[in-house]
Design a protein around this ligand. Structure first.
Ligand code: DGJ
Length: 797
């Protein structure tokens, strides 16, 4: 809801169900940012306005009409350079006369029901009942520039979005050095800035830094939104936990270089900005043209990180993800990559597919290696025709055979790339982003196609359309495996070379838009060496993203927990893979690999044809459980357990895995929930543990049942002698024979309790093993152990 106190200096109030965002035009024409936080009542804005009498010492006043207004110490909706605000600016321009001072002042506004898409870029959407929009127009009169600040208010999900559009009405060009999407100023308050950083195979590591007087910056410069620093960030009060305290979550609908900075000014006020990274951007804005920024998405909750995440998850599910798959349950897939890497052929794939079908897999995905002469990563990207030595009946043939087995068929592509060793590069050496005559920096032996060019965009759309219609294709994994270097496009003028990364991203969106519209029922999955481009821009076209190339359950527990702060489980894909794990060499139990992967879109990426009967039986059971609770697991409300995760340290490179994790996913009507617990390393002699799920109905009665685990006797090693009447030599004949016929039962956990008792008091679990031998009431809980609990609402008896 948008409410306006009208007049020459209007006050604008953007209210969502639980938040309020307030700003007011000052007599000078600047817009003071008055408040953003929990929803408040307001009949007039007086008590909330800063009462200025004099400017702070050694500051400069805006003009002589108001000797108290130093822009350096005002909370502002947007700020420029050169008029006394010395903080991070929202906008920086260089005019044709060389001038670098911005002076944008309020002109007009317009409030509307609904929301329009923003030009050239993906944006959030909603119908007229769900969203209202406000446009505030500012003018820099001397230079004939107009800046429109756009706000959209999504009442139900407690989200407000912001973007800006600058229009050059003058007769001269202007260079945009920076134009942010969001500026948020706060009155002095103690805050933490939380960012999610990492690298390949260790994405989304949460960092918590105190906002002090030195500026904190989170940014990507690799050309992608990046695994180094995701654009999703949080600001919180210093005592905020998962369940209590103030938390702001902010993200950007953008897949290129981004920038988020927070600083405290000399008087304690805090400024946050977010947008396209100015250090890798400059835009030549010609006379009479406009430039539109990406959209920033923000939410606030008083209910801790979980409260904020719940808002963000719902918003992403309802107002970012779109199309055929938006609300549809996603299939369980098998991906050929870790089973065979490049060494694939039709027989091998069909063997894997048969084994997968047999355990309940619904979608078979043929990963890299199927086209051109692609036997490793040195060649063939760009030559998108099937290698008939590997696929004798082509894509049409293999997809038909997979369908005949009763499974859907999916394919891997990397459309934005070309190998130098490819027919495409030989034919069009000028189609890549590179500096003519300069040695190119190499990444995975491939170059990036110049998507700033219309003809290259057309080529990619046509080449991919051919692939996607060459068989019965239901799913596409769209990969992207290198960072940008040597930024240069021969079709742009020297003045436009600073635009390349942004133009590339706009070009990429055009291609994605065309293909997702042309093939609306294909399930597209984004991927960039795992999570090198996990962002809301990609999610505006593709409903899900491969979260990380790291399939190790313990590493994934941290990675997926990191994603869960800003992204819902329905967007994040997770696979069970072989051990030792191909990224870490770690051996984790099959059940733990599964228990982590169920907290996302479940898939398998292992060689099922090598598994024995027990392994296959276990996987068959896993998949059938997942299917039963799939709606809840993919679309439910997700919670992290506070006291466990907040105990972690603050290391930056070394893993700071929480030792114990607990997550709960609750169905929309709260009648069903899945709880998962995971332990990294055993802490000896600590037998008691609490299961403390969240999100249930206080007065409802629930049955809690632990998923039963069985053990092979060999897992107990020589401990078998604590239950065996005769001595069993480890790995001896008797031991091996017993292992074949005897399975040991794990602990049974069954309780009936009220929701509030479960959530507030917690369930006392059976004691964990602590050096006393095996019995079936003991929770055998070694390193990397985990448990899954099903919680179902029941009627009172
Ligand atoms: C990187 C991806 O992240 C992997 O899952 C796999 O698809 C390879 N590329 C294939 O080259």
């Amino acid at each position: 809801m948008i409410t306006i106190f009208k007049g020459p200096q209007p006050t604008f109030m953007l209210h969502t169900k639980n938040t309020s965002y307030i700003m007011k035009v000052l007599p000078s024409g600047h817009i003071e940012h008055v408040y953003y936080g929990a929803r408040i009542h307001l009949d007039n804005v007086d008590g909330l306005m800063e009462q200025r009498e004099f400017a702070p010492g050694c500051t400069t006043v805006y003009n002589n009409e108001d000797k108290s207004l130093s822009l350096e110490d005002v909370c502002l909706e947007m700020s420029g350079m050169g008029k006394s605000d010395v903080r991070e600016p929202f906008i920086e321009l260089i005019r044709s006369d060389g001038g670098r001072t911005e002076d944008f002042l309020f002109d007009t506004y317009e409030a509307r029901e609904g929301k329009e898409p923003i030009e050239d870029l993906p944006s959030s959407y909603g119908n007229d009942d769900e969203v209202d929009s406000l446009y505030i127009n500012l003018i820099d009169a001397k230079y004939d520039l107009r800046l429109t600040l756009k706000y959209s208010v999504f009442e139900e999900t407690d989200v407000i979005t912001k973007s800006a559009r600058i229009t050059n009405n003058s007769d001269f060009s202007v260079r945009i050095k920076r134009i942010m999407s969001n500026q948020l100023d706060f009155m002095p308050v103690d805050m933490r800035f939380h960012t999610f950083t990492g690298a390949w195979a260790r994405e989304m590591h949460r960092n918590d830094a105190l906002v002090g007087e030195a500026k904190l910056v989170n940014e990507s410069r690799s050309g992608n939104s990046s695994n180094r620093a995701n654009p999703f960030v949080m600001l919180s009060s210093i005592n905020t936990t998962e369940d209590a305290g103030d938390c702001y979550g902010i993200n950007l609908i953008y897949s290129g270089n981004h920038y988020e900075a927070v600083e405290r000014n000399a008087f304690g006020k805090i400024r946050f900005v977010s947008g396209i990274n100015p250090s890798t951007f400059s835009w030549h804005l010609k006379s009479k043209l406009s430039f539109q920024t990406p959209e920033s998405v923000m939410t606030f909750s008083e209910n801790g990180f979980n409260g904020m995440s719940n808002n963000m998850h719902r918003f992403v599910r309802e107002h970012i993800v779109r199309g055929y798959w938006k609300d549809r349950e996603r299939p369980v897939l098998i991906n050929s990559w870790e089973a065979s890497y490049f060494d694939i052929n039709e027989n091998k794939l069909l063997r894997l597919a048969r084994a997968a079908k047999d355990v309940g897999v619904e979608l078979f995905v043929m990963d890299d290696g199927w086209f051109g002469r692609r036997n490793d990563d040195t060649s063939s990207l760009g030559d998108w025709t099937a290698n008939t030595k590997k696929l004798s009946s082509g894509i049409a043939g293999i997809s038909r055979k997979i369908h005949a087995l009763g499974m859907d068929f999916g394919i891997w592509v990397e459309p934005e790339m070309v190998n130098v060793d490819s027919n495409l590069y030989r034919e069009h050496p000028d189609w890549t982003i590179e500096i003519p005559g300069h040695a190119h920096s190499e990444g995975r032996n491939q170059r990036i196609l110049d998507l700033t060019r219309g003809d290259v965009q057309e080529y990619v759309i046509n080449a991919m359309s051919n692939v996607f219609s060459s068989g019965e294709i239901n799913y596409v994994k769209w990969d992207m495996n290198r960072n940008f270097t040597d930024m240069y496009s021969p079709v742009l003028t020297p003045k436009q070379q600073g635009d390349v990364n942004h133009r590339y991203i706009v070009g990429l969106y055009k291609v994605m838009d065309a293909l997702t519209k042309r093939f609306p029922e294909i399930l597209f999955e984004g991927c960039a060496s795992g999570g090198n481009r996990f962002d809301l821009g990609i999610l505006s076209y593709f409903p899900q993203i491969w979260a990380s190339d790291d399939t190790d359950a313990i590493a994934r527990a941290e990675i997926q927990t990191g994603y869960s702060y800003g992204y819902p489980m329905s967007t994040l894909t997770a696979h069970v893979s072989d051990i030792p794990n191909h990224q870490t060499l770690r051996r984790t139990p099959l059940e733990t690999r599964y228990h982590v992967a169920v907290l996302g879109i479940l898939g398998y990426e292992c060689n099922l044809t090598d598994l024995n009967g027990d392994g296959l039986k276990a996987i068959r059971q896993q998949i059938s459980i997942y299917k039963k609770y799939r709606r809840t697991l993919q679309f439910g409300t997700f919670y992290r357990r506070s006291s466990l995760y907040d105990r972690r340290g603050f290391s930056t490179i070394l893993p700071n895995y929480a030792n114990d994790y607990e997550w709960t996913v609750v169905s929309e009507d709260k009648s069903e929930a899945i709880g998962v617990m995971l332990q990294t390393l055993v802490h000896p002699n600590t037998q008691y543990a609490l299961l403390k799920p969240t999100g249930l109905i206080d007065e409802a009665i629930y049955r809690i049942e632990g998923r039963e685990i069985t053990y092979n006797i060999k897992e107990l090693g020589s401990l078998v002698n604590t239950v065996s009447p005769i001595h069993v030599k480890q790995d001896g004949m008797v031991h091996n024979a017993l292992a074949r016929y005897i399975t040991l039962n794990g602990e049974k956990e069954k309780h009936i309790m009220y929701g509030d008792a479960i959530m507030k008091a917690g369930i006392r679990l059976r004691p964990a093993f602590a050096g006393v031998g095996y019995n079936d009431n003991i929770r055998m809980y070694p390193d990397f152990a985990s448990r899954l609990y099903v919680i179902k609402r029941i009627e009172p008896v």
